[in-house]
Design a binder for this molecule. Structure first.
Ligand code: C2G
Length: 440
């Protein structure tokens, strides 16, 4: 009996995939199909995959071409599989010519002609085609953001609304729509990304939603809890997606960390301590507006938003009295506590530490650009390190998720409206100096 093996993501299974499987099957008597796991695809840079592993497997099963389906989870697995299943032939499409010659030591390697004119990316791009406009005045960051759209199927950044066009790079200057008029930008796009140096995200978000545009807004989306409720209600009414933009939330390492905590790896969670500092200028008039949501994200996602008491400890700037140079927030939960420290113009170790009854998780600085974390125990031999890929500072993952939420209208399970609301409530309390000790 001749055993053939082939691998692939097989997202949105199409004619090209089926033709490949048919020809692979004909090469022998028994066909094994390796379907890549979501994690493995992310590590090899395939971040746009639309369907879950389960959906992709079900589609292959439905073809009745595979005698066995396995999951490909790690680099180097192919050799293990070939040995384990006594594989005679490894077959793969001609887009991989030469890349798998190293398997010739273990079995025959056959490259099959790739079917022209069809691909998963093409289908994904056709399914979604969101024209996006960006709003903001920060040249460096917006240049980075804009350059990430090439990695994202189905989102195209076509315009900018800014009062700082002179300092933007040439690509941005040459976008089809360049304007200082927000209403004008909204006429040309399906969605906006807001990175405002204005304090008031609320009115921009509202205007976009009123015009039936989807919104990805750098957190916080508003500075009052009731405004947040109003915005989500408006989004729902107008069938629009409204998402908090915090890049950390969409990174692979961070989502793995949350899953790991749920599995009880460090026991019951007693404390979350988060620090975010930088020496950069304050963007939105308060350090707490700039950093607060990012620092509060793990607290709210791990311990929930129902804290019992909170206390702000704040040092305002000597030169600009309204700006907080340093803000610390202590939160008390039913059976846990949390501390966040944020600063612009003061420095500390920007780490994330989660204390549990069996062990703790440590994410080194800058934890918000997480690609690595450690689970540590009393017995150091049990410590484990986890590494993940983080490309483009996480912007591309954020955009891919935004695009998928728009297409599939699935809930944004990364940052729920409940968490967005808790951010806004915090901002409101901060402005009103509620529960605040001023150490200026
Ligand atoms: N394919 C094809 N014709 C197309 C598109 C894809 O013949 N128009 C083939 C690919 O060459 C591959 C298989 O279908 O052999 C699956 O393609 P993808 O889902 O794109 O998976 P890929 O990234 O090529 O995974 O470890 C994973 C493998 O290395 C390949």
């Amino acid at each position: 009996m001749k055993t053939v093996i082939t691998y692939g993501t097989f997202d949105l299974l199409h004619r090209g995939h089926i033709r490949l499987l048919e020809r692979a099957k004909k090469l022998g008597d028994y066909l094994i199909v390796g379907v890549t796991s979501d994690d493995y695809d992310r590590t090899r840079g395939k971040i746009n995959v639309s369907e879950s592993l389960e959906e992709r497997i079900a589609a292959i099963e439905a073809t009745h071409l595979a005698d066995k389906i396995i999951i490909e989870e790690y680099e180097g697995q192919k050799i293990d599989d070939i040995k384990r299943y006594n594989v005679d032939i490894f077959a793969i499409g001609s887009d991989w010519v030469g890349k798998f010659d190293y398997l010739k030591d273990y079995c025959e390697v056959i490259y099959l002609e790739r079917t022209k004119g069809i691909s998963s990316s093409q289908i994904r791009t056709a399914n979604r085609n969101t024209k996006m406009g960006i709003v903001g005045n920060t040249p460096d960051f917006l240049a980075k953001f804009q350059s990430e759209d090439i990695f994202v199927n189905g989102i195209e950044i076509i315009g900018i609304c800014t009062t700082n066009i002179a300092n933007m790079n040439d690509t941005i200057k040459n976008l089809p729509v360049v304007t200082t008029d927000y209403a004008e930008l909204l006429k040309h796009v399906d969605a906006v990304y807001l990175y405002l140096d204005d304090i008031d995200n609320y009115s921009y978000v509202k205007k976009a939603l009123e015009n039936h545009k989807h919104v990805l807004c750098e957190s916080p989306i508003a500075l009052k809890a009731e405004e947040c409720t109003e915005l989500f209600a408006l989004a729902k009414k107008n069938n629009c997606v409204l998402v908090d933009g915090i890049r950390t939330a969409y990174s692979t390492a961070y989502s793995r960390l949350l899953l790991l905590l749920k599995s009880g790896k460090i026991g019951d969670i007693l404390d979350v301590s988060v620090t975010c500092t930088s020496m950069k200028k304050c963007l939105r008039n308060k350090t707490f507006f700039d950093w607060g949501p990012n620092a509060l994200l793990p607290v709210f996602q791990i311990l929930g938003t129902n804290y019992q008491t909170k206390q702000f400890i704040v040092k305002f700037s000597d030169e600009q009295k309204e700006i907080d140079t340093y803000t610390k927030v202590n939160l008390l939960y039913d059976k846990a506590s949390a501390t966040i420290k944020v600063a612009k113009g003061a420095k500390s170790e920007g780490s994330l530490v989660i204390t549990g009854t069996k062990g703790y998780i440590y994410v080194p600085s800058p934890w918000w650009k997480m690609d690595y974390f450690e689970v540590r125990y009393e017995n150091q031999e049990e410590n484990k390190r986890y590494f993940y890929q983080l490309d483009g500072e996480g912007i591309r993952y954020e955009l891919v998720t935004f695009s998928q939420i728009i297409e599939q209208r699935k809930d944004n399970y990364y940052i729920t409206p409940e968490i967005s609301f808790a951010f806004c409530q915090m901002m409101e309390d901060f402005i009103q100096k509620k529960d605040m000790i001023d150490i200026s």
